[in-house]
Design a protein. Structure first.
Length: 131
């Protein structure tokens, strides 16, 4: 349970699960808010030269200007690209989970095999001492 290899495999499985959840998130709507502001030092002016009289400046805006936008995006049809990515990442997470289980099983089998070999060697030494 405390083997670094096993812990690494489990963390790889968790990373694959998180990637799978992130892929599912691409299929959800997104809400974006944008807000911009501009502070000008002077009021913008426009000067008209009509030739009929003296030119006079006309104010054409304010010194503070703000714009904002709120947009909602939802993928209606992406050519099954998102669905395929979700399935691929889900299967990758399942593969990582099964690899971690397989690694744990192999570690337990090796530990059992080593324990059996040690016990066998101890019994052989006991038999040789008695003989």
């Amino acid at each position: 349970e405390k083997s670094p290899i096993l812990q690494s495999a489990r963390l790889a499985g968790k990373a694959a699960e998180e990637k799978s959840l992130a892929a599912k998130g691409c299929n959800l709507p997104s809400l974006d808010l944008e807000f911009r502001g501009a502070w000008l030092k002077e009021t913008p002016i426009m000067i008209l030269h009509t030739g009929l009289g003296p030119s006079s400046p006309m104010p054409m805006g304010r010194t503070r200007q703000f714009t904002g936008a709120l947009s909602l995006r939802y993928p209606l049809f992406t050519g099954f690209a998102l669905t395929a990515e979700i399935e691929r990442s889900r299967w990758a997470a399942e593969k990582a989970r099964l690899e971690a289980l397989d690694l744990r099983r192999n570690l337990i089998l090796k530990a059992t095999e080593l324990f059996g070999a040690v016990r066998s060697a101890e019994e052989n030494l006991e038999a040789l001492k008695e003989a």
